[in-house]
Design a binder for this molecule. Structure first.
Ligand SMILES: [Cu+2]
Length: 466
């Protein structure tokens, strides 16, 4: 069994060999399945200007049409219940290819991919300095000043942030979910039921946070699925997401889907020798099936309480028109469901901490490298977003693809569901809390680039039906 280690606990030359392997794989032709470029294109490949900035560096660029149309490129699964198994497969074959490159260069026989556990920032039993360190891209990957000379190939231009915002790595909304999937498109750990979905609309909680938000926080190549896997940190970020799936599964009462539509679904990759292989979801349901484990790290399976899965939900209020998101925007008033239905629904929601309230942000369309967006609820005119009414953050990873109708996407945009039960329960204890007058604020974490456009189809508030 191989053991994938925490990047901040490495005591060997794993990262220097990684850097050398990246350099070697970058020298291979983009049409070679074991090249850095081909491996990145499996996730996503495009030639519009912001993507071409990265792709024109590829050895052998442009790729042959035969390669582009081979059925091996643009495969990443997002907004779907295949998100976790597909990325596990992808990492597994990538790790094999890197390990072989390292063996062929005379390196160790058993190189394994490390993981970047930014979630350690939430580990209250860790020292404050360790919590803070976890938010930083490991120094071997360079800095905004440029590459680390000893690990030159682990750097890539244009990363926007080298230190993540702590809110962007919160593991609890995902870890607390009880169900892997939820066919109604409701909130779930692993995503909604779809077919092959390069850009689906059924994003699970782990994919949403921390996965998407970390992508858009780092930004640059990482901020776009069509370039993300060209950044060497991509693979350590995804190893952590893969680890969180395993940790979630080991918790009481959790299980993977049991239906054949999930278990038997197959994907194609290339092995370490560049030969095509096919693998089914049921072959990757646990890391042990693929011959590896992760060193124990926060959060540990035993520490997380399960939220009940959500039964039927009913809308309580919603925005009545689409709107665009700028750097500063006025709070949006939700149009509430008329009485008496609203009263009955809110009464049900008030039934105690057990009841769940969900905020949905639907049909988000647009373009550009967006910064993460913080969400707040309030009902005071003058209230700016603050800690008390913060409900979570979203990352618009894959925004442009999801907004563009194509053979791979219906173009209806990205969808998010956020559990706001805790915030709502807290706000209800405020003397002046007015449940007939709920407002939502979306505030980008940093100033958006000038070419960014974001349009939200609908914001809606949902409550459990009694
Ligand atoms: Cu990703």
């Amino acid at each position: 069994m191989k053991t994938r280690q925490n990047v901040y606990e490495l005591k060997d030359d794993t990262l220097s060999w990684y850097s050398r392997a990246v350099e070697e794989m970058k020298s291979r032709d983009i049409n070679d399945p074991t090249s850095w470029w081909y491996q990145g294109a499996i996730h996503g490949y495009a030639t519009y200007p912001s993507a071409l900035t990265y792709w024109h560096d590829a050895t052998g660029y442009p790729p042959s049409q035969q390669t582009v149309n081979s059925g091996f490129w643009n495969r990443c699964q997002h907004g779907t219940w295949y998100f976790l198994p597909w990325h596990r497969m992808y990492l597994f074959y990538f790790e094999e290819i890197v390990a072989k490159a390292i063996r062929d260069m005379g390196g160790p026989a058993d190189w394994t991919l490390p993981y970047w556990n930014y979630c350690e920032a939430y580990n209250t039993s860790a020292s404050p300095s360790n919590q803070q360190q976890a938010l930083q891209i490991p120094p071997e990957f360079g800095s905004s000043q440029g590459p680390n000379a000893d690990f030159a190939s682990l750097w890539i231009k244009n990363r926007r942030n080298y230190v993540l915002n702590k809110n962007n790595v919160n593991p609890w909304p995902a870890m607390n979910e009880a169900e892997f999937t939820n066919s109604g498109g409701d909130i779930s750990f692993g995503g909604g039921v779809t077919g092959f979905a390069h850009s689906g609309g059924q994003t699970g909680q782990l994919e949403s946070l921390p996965h998407n938000v970390v992508h858009t926080d780092i930004n640059g190549a990482m901020g776009n699925p069509d370039t993300a896997a060209l950044d060497p940190i991509f693979w350590l970020h995804h190893a952590n997401i893969d680890r969180l799936w395993q940790v979630w599964l080991a918790q009481a009462g959790r299980s993977n889907p049991v239906v054949n539509a999930w278990k038997d679904f197959r994907f194609k990759f290339h092995d370490a020798n560049g030969q095509p292989v096919e693998i089914a979801v049921k072959d990757v349901e646990t890391t042990q099936l693929l011959g590896y484990v992760y060193t124990p790290a926060f959060p540990l399976s035993s520490t997380t309480p399960a939220r009940r899965s959500v039964p039927a939900m009913d809308v309580v209020g919603a925005t009545s028109a689409s709107f665009s998101v700028g750097d500063h925007m006025a709070p949006l008033d939700l149009t509430m469901v008329p009485q008496p239905a609203r009263g009955a629904r809110l009464l049900a929601a008030r039934g105690g901490d057990e009841k769940r309230t969900i905020l949905r942000i639907s049909n988000v369309k647009g373009k550009g490298a967006t910064s993460p967006i913080d969400l707040f609820i309030t009902n005071r005119d003058n209230e700016e977003g603050n800690e008390e009414n913060f409900v979570g953050c979203i990352g618009l990873f894959g925004l442009e693809n999801a907004s563009t109708p194509s053979v791979e996407s219906d173009g209806s945009g990205l969808n998010f569901a956020i559990d706001i039960s805790d915030t709502i329960n807290k706000l209800r204890q405020r003397d002046d809390w007015d449940e007939d007058n709920i407002r939502v604020q979306l505030i980008p974490q940093s100033k958006q680039d000038s070419d960014v456009e974001i349009n939200v189809g609908r914001v809606s508030l949902h409550s459990e039906i009694d």
